[in-house]
Design a protein around this ligand. Sequence first.
Ligand code: NAD
Length: 293
Amino acid sequence: MRTFESVFVVGAGTMGSGIAQVCAQAGLKVHLHDTNEGAVQKALEQIAWSVGKLADKGRLSEGKETILGRIREAQDFSACAEAEVAMEAVFERLDVKREIFRTFNEECRPETLFASNTSAIPITDLAAVTDRPENVLGLHFFNPAPMMNVVEVVAGVATAPETMQQGEDFVRAIGKEPIRVESDIPGFLLNRINLVSYIEAVRMVEQGIGTILDIDKGVKLAFGRRMGPFETGDMVGLDVSYGALMAIYEESKDPRFYPPQLLRRMVKAGRLGRKTGQGWYVYEKDGTPKKSG
Ligand code: NAD
């Protein structure tokens, strides 16, 4: 079984910061890189807050400072050379992700695993810009990464069986449960199920059949979920779901995945969910939802 000591994470947004935290909590050294000035600093503050909360609840076996001390800002990709896993969690755009995989290819050792946290972009399309597509896989974390215990381990066309095995080893090493996705169809396994039910909920609101509050309440009570589809949608980001739906739709032309007009309009209006203070709900500064948006 492969062991892991160091990981390089590109993108310090919602997912990248969560992944960095999970890896640091599992004892790995983390280098975190982002092109947006201040993004890593903001991520470090968020991680400190989250680790602090877990420490207060007695859920950590180490001190907060020990865990935080494992995460370093990387100004460039040079620290890639020491990582066993180089992972990206940047915007859901093929061109942006491909550029990062090109850089991984230049900077990393031959045995480094290249992973994407994409929700819908085929792993094969990312692997194609490298000269070692057999090392490339999807490691699809769920949001919030520190709380969600499953990670989809996704194979592209050229991903080697050993890479899939090592991907599973990595997921277990950071305290999560892997599930295997043997073909990189957009949306993989779990998002396809989730997105179809999300946009069905949006369509029902659009058509005046039910309200956001009632649908969220009903789904939680009836299906035993902790969050309803609109609460989850705000946490994920409406733009992220929209991007994932369009990627699936463009690849498959399956009309079930075409984003409803209401979702398209919300994204155009910049109501992207918690991160913009308004999505399906409106949020106070401390993150408390005020009312249905
Ligand atoms: P986000 O917008 O919160 O963060 C993206 C970060 O990437 C930003 O900080 C941005 O500055 C940075 N970035 C963009 N281009 C970059 C570049 N070229 N180099 C370095 N940094 C760059 O996005 P997110 O919600 O964290 O999503 C990231 C990825 O994870 C996407 O592929 C998304 O589909 C996937 N994902 C998201 C969720 C979710 O619930 N948000 C869940 C699973 C997977």
